[in-house]
Design a protein around this ligand. Structure first.
Ligand SMILES: Nc1nc2c(ncn2[C@@H]2O[C@H](COP(=O)(O)OP(=O)(O)O)[C@@H](O)[C@H]2O)c(=O)[nH]1
Ligand SMILES: Nc1ncnc2c1ncn2[C@@H]1O[C@H](COP(=O)(O)OP(=O)(O)O)[C@@H](O)[C@H]1O
Length: 219
């Protein structure tokens, strides 16, 4: 699924799928936006969802907002790389943009839940890097859900009551980041991506590069 692209140092490598998951309100969206703004070579995977649009959200940027019939047609037509039901709504990752980005040598960022992460891992274990974001405390989580001011009290109660269940999947992830201060959590997530980009196994161009160096040395 992942064709080659060039790393910042010019050595060809396979693109990776960078996954952020967390209980609702822990900071995935905030960290994802910062990553997209500040890291080159990284594209956001825009999910399809049947949930209602929140104030300030933009169709096609935050999500593709679709009705249940369209979502079911996407599932039937094998248009989704993975999909799951979360908070009574359907969410899924459109396959085509992900495949196009990876073939163009870009990395892809996913804000998806543990169910979607498991499905991606089953499909492409070596190319998936997963990070679970935890809130510093339950009180902070609740405060953040309220401060976002985009969900009703009832929806927030539902999200809080699901948080413990969501969090129970933390040990399936490669990295765990505790989101105390945004800047620090961002720096940690950024470091993970930078290090993962340098992993030897992804750097398909290294053999040729080193051969070239050896040729120069013998030359
Ligand atoms: N499996 C899967 N989960 C998704 C997808 N898109 C979003 N989610 C997850 O659905 C959950 C709810 O997302 P959302 O309604 O935006 O609320 P938020 O968690 O407060 O941002 C979050 O855990 C997201 O990570 C997707 O395409 N697939
Ligand atoms: N480290 C942090 N400290 C304080 N507030 C934060 C922090 N990270 C995120 N927030 C705020 O918490 C709310 C929920 O964050 P968001 O990124 O939407 O979470 P998620 O996408 O995981 O549901 C937002 O209002 C966001 O601005």
């Amino acid at each position: 699924m992942t064709a080659g692209g060039h790393g910042t140092d010019g050595v060809e490598r396979r693109g990776l799928m960078f996954v952020l998951s967390s209980p609702s309100g822990a900071g995935k969206t905030t960290l994802s936006r910062l990553l997209i703004e500040r890291m080159t070579g990284l594209r956001m995977s825009v999910s399809a969802t049947t949930r209602a649009m929140r104030p300030g959200e933009v169709d096609g940027r935050d999500y593709l907002f679709v009705d249940k019939a369209r979502f079911d047609a996407m599932v039937k037509g094998d248009e989704l790389l993975e999909w799951a039901t979360v908070f009574d709504n359907s969410y899924g990752t459109p396959r085509a943009p992900v495949e196009a980005a990876l073939s163009a040598g870009q990395d892809v960022l996913f804000d998806i839940d543990w169910q979607g992460t498991q499905q991606l891992r089953e499909k492409a274990r070596a190319d998936v890097v997963s990070v679970f974001i935890l809130p510093p405390s339950a009180a902070d989580l609740e405060k953040r859900l309220h401060s976002r001011a985009q969900d009703s009290d009832e929806v927030i109660r539902k999200r809080m009551s699901r948080a413990s269940h969501e969090m129970s999947h933390w040990a399936e992830y490669d990295y765990i980041v505790i989101n105390h201060a945004v800047d620090e959590a961002f720096a940690e997530v950024q470091s993970i991506l930078k290090a993962e980009r340098l992993k030897r196994e992804r750097r398909t161009g290294l053999v040729g590069f080193v051969r070239g160096l050896q040729g120069q040395l013998q030359g």
